[in-house]
Design a protein around this ligand. Structure first.
Ligand SMILES: Nc1ncnc2c1ncn2[C@@H]1O[C@H](COP(=O)(O)OP(=O)(O)OP(=O)(O)O)[C@@H](O)[C@H]1O
Ligand SMILES: [Mg+2]
Length: 269
């Protein structure tokens, strides 16, 4: 028997002022699984992620879809905002823009706990969350600017998981971090998933990041999903020239003369 996906979004299209940037994509995230979206800059990855939580500017974005279900339950357009910080939470590339610069981080985590966990002992839950994201207790009274980029991302993760989401969307969560810190944040996401069965939707242009964490992948280009499937299938036997090119670029293959290989023209992709 197939388990009910945590997220199923069918035929999503998004246009900004009449320009279509997402062109009818269908996305399914099975329970407890980590699903990646990979694609070049401007391909529409963040727009897909933001659509899921209704985070696009209402004045300029036109959004359409034929089905939207969370854990099998149909979600109407007007119900989308209520998913935020409930069943679905999101973390972003640049934690500093999402943290309040003049509020201590433990207070910011506490706010998120209070918002969602009605009867919780807030202090205890904040300590538990700090522990979970491996932030030293000594830093809990810090302000965001006093923390390193990796620590700020941990704070954002603590805020996101405070509500025990079924799906955590991470949009380029490690792009701004150095390689060592990046690996630690990825480890943390992996651990959260293992401990709570949280599904992950991980967005990245980095094949290494996606393949370190995900079982399933969507390859996105020009607002469309070119192909999808298990990482092994897609990377092992890519169906589009674009995916092959991504793989080659990642391996930085050199030709017989030791020069970088040139890629085929745009129209063949
Ligand atoms: N708020 C907006 N208003 C107008 N156009 C937008 C808006 N957000 C995104 N776009 C446009 O939509 C397209 C897709 O952008 P999006 O940010 O989703 O790409 P992305 O794949 O996340 O890129 P990156 O890897 O650089 O983050 C781009 O052409 C972008 O300029
Ligand atoms: Mg983006």
């Amino acid at each position: 028997m197939q388990s009910t996906p945590v997220l199923h979004l069918k035929d999503l299209s998004v246009a900004f002022r009449g320009v279509r940037v997402v062109k009818g994509v269908t996305l399914t995230v099975p329970p407890g699984e980590a699903v990646g979206i990979i694609g070049e800059t401007g391909s529409g990855k963040s727009t897909v992620a933001r659509s899921i939580l209704g985070l696009l500017p209402e004045e300029t974005a036109e959004i359409g879809f034929s089905e939207y279900q969370v854990e099998g339950k149909p979600i109407s357009r007007s119900a989308i905002p209520s998913l935020r910080g409930g069943k679905i939470a999101m973390i972003f590339q640049d934690p500093l823009s999402y943290l309040n610069p003049i509020m201590r981080i433990d207070k910011q985590i506490a706010e998120s706990v209070q918002l969602h966990g009605k009867d919780e002992n807030v202090d205890r839950r904040v300590s538990e969350l700090l522990d979970l994201v491996r932030l030293p207790v000594s830093r809990k009274s810090s302000y965001p600017h006093e923390l390193s980029g990796g620590m700020r991302q941990r704070v954002l993760i603590a805020i996101a998981i405070a509500c025990r989401p079924r799906l955590l969307i991470a949009d380029e969560p490690t792009t701004a971090l150095d390689v060592t810190t990046q690996a630690k944040v990825l480890d943390l996401l992996r651990d959260i998933r293992a401990a709570f069965g949280t599904s992950l939707l991980l967005i990245s242009h980095d094949l290494g990041v996606i393949s370190a964490l995900c079982e399933k992948i969507y390859v996105m280009r020009h607002g469309e999903f070119l192909e999808s499937g298990s990482i092994d299938t897609v990377f092992g036997n890519p169906q589009s020239t674009y995916t092959s090119t991504l793989l080659e670029a990642d391996r930085l293959l050199l030709d017989e003369n030791g020069r970088f290989k040139t890629f085929e023209g745009d129209q063949t992709w």
